[in-house]
Design a protein around this ligand. Structure first.
Ligand code: HEM
Length: 223
């Protein structure tokens, strides 16, 4: 086995570990965001946002998270370029092969999610950092940022809601393939368990997609 083979295998391991880690973040992020739907006073959401924004472990974790996103994107792009370069001219697509699905769609859905992340972080994370968020006026969180109100204001704009819904569909598509592919890259495939892992991957993708989409839709139409 060549050095090049091992180097590409290492990259795939990195992609898989980080991808699964980022999916775990998404589950936590979704759970916190759903607090906005279940609690109209926004107190639960704001308390969670405040905790996330002040707890020292979460602060460190945030930089681990940003690094994980950065490395996942960078290694994904490198693997993709290597994949394109390795493809012989006039290459006939091996339909059904993992590699070809990866090269056909994952890089594009990934690029869309990256553009979304830049806009999303500028809207919420950066606004919070520069202090451009409405303040909570009463209760025990008075004086803190009302992140919940900021989200509600954004999701009262039709165009913004449409943008988020479309992006979340692409996210779902990316995640649906990512989960099973990660297990495969880690060598965790077995005739007995692979169908279960595939099913779990579809389930996770559906839960995350429907969960995330429900937030802007419910806020726009019902809040
Ligand atoms: C309806 C869906 C979503 C809403 C309402 C939402 C809302 C927010 C808010 C309010 C923050 C700032 C949190 C704070 O610092 O207090 C944030 C941060 C962030 N969001 Fe989202 N988000 C959504 C979906 C997503 C998705 C799908 C991704 C990833 C693909 C994502 C990635 C991030 C990241 C990386 C941060 C910065 C880390 C953090 O503060 O936790 N978000 N989001």
């Amino acid at each position: 086995m060549s050095k090049k083979y091992y180097s590409s295998l290492t990259k795939k391991y990195i992609m898989s570990f980080l991808g699964l880690f980022l999916m775990t973040f998404l589950l936590v992020h979704l759970s916190i965001n759903l607090l906005l739907i279940v609690d109209d006073s926004r107190e639960l959401f704001n308390e969670a946002a405040h905790f996330m924004g002040t707890n020292i472990f979460i602060q460190v974790f945030q930089w681990v998270l940003f690094s994980a996103f950065a490395v996942h994107i960078l290694v994904g792009v490198i693997l993709q370029i290597q994949n394109w370069m390795a493809r012989p001219k006039g290459y006939a697509r091996r339909v059904g092969a993992e590699e070809s699905i990866f090269s056909r769609y994952m890089i594009y859905t990934g690029a869309i999610i990256f553009i979304f992340l830049v806009i999303h972080l500028a809207d919420f994370f950066a606004n919070k950092m520069i202090g451009d968020v409405p303040e909570i006026t009463s209760g025990n969180l008075a004086g803190m940022e009302d992140m919940g109100l900021l989200v509600m204001e954004k999701f009262k704009m039709g165009g913004y809601v449409l943008f988020y819904v479309i992006i979340f569909l692409f996210l779902g598509f990316h995640l649906d393939h990512a989960f099973q592919s990660a297990f495969q890259s880690l060598g965790l495939n077995h005739p007995k368990y692979t169908p279960f892992i595939k099913g779990l991957g579809h389930f996770m993708a559906i839960v995350l997609t429907v969960g995330f989409i429900s937030i802007p839709i419910i806020i726009y139409f019902f809040k």
